[in-house]
Design a protein around this ligand. Structure first.
Ligand code: CTP
Ligand code: ZN
Length: 154
């Protein structure tokens, strides 16, 4: 661990997850996907438009004491296809994985169709098939293209 790294904008974390190489501008949507709005007391650091060699600029989200579910990572991949998920234990990166575009996403995203069964009073969990041009609700076939971030569950 190098504490004198001039490139380090956001402190290193001890235990938790660093979501790195996030598409610039998507950090707040990443927090929404993780259900983090600050009220839960989570220890979170966010870097926006941080210079990066691999991409023009990137966002970085660091969450102490938290690992991500596969469902969360699947949705992340849709808004941050270049992201890497780094699991940190005792300040060391013990696992680094690239997100992968999944075939389907379950939960996390709400169907924009108010009449969809996934929005009913006793809702069933949302499920979308991932297509090249967007995602499609398995229940009502509504296709969601650019507006995906707005449909992240509150
Ligand atoms: N990191 C952190 N806290 C730690 C260890 C790492 O916040 N205790 C962060 C680093 O700042 C970096 C990311 O986790 O943003 C990945 O760390 P590392 O693999 O050491 O960096 P790079 O080699 O630059 O990663 P990559 O090759 O994925 O760009
Ligand atoms: Zn639907």
């Amino acid at each position: 661990m190098t504490s004198d790294d001039p490139q380090l904008r956001v402190s290193k974390i001890r235990n938790g997850t660093v979501i790195d190489h996030v598409t610039a501008g998507q950090a707040l949507n990443v927090l929404a996907i993780l259900g983090i709005d600050g009220t839960g007391g989570e220890e979170v650091s966010v870097g926006m438009n941080v210079p990066s060699s691999r991409i023009d600029g990137k966002d970085v989200v660091k969450v102490e004491g938290r690992e991500l579910s596969q469902a969360e990572v699947d949705v992340l991949s849709l808004i941050a296809p270049e992201a890497t998920i780094n699991i940190i234990r005792d300040y060391e990166v013990i696992r680094k994985t690239r997100v992968q575009r999944p075939n389907a996403v379950v939960g996390v995203i709400e169907c924009p169709n108010h009449n969809c069964i996934t929005n009913a009073e006793e809702p069933v969990e949302s499920e979308f098939d991932v297509l090249d041009e967007g995602i499609r609700c398995r229940y009502c076939d509504t296709i969601l293209r650019e507006k995906l971030a707005a449909q992240i569950r509150a």
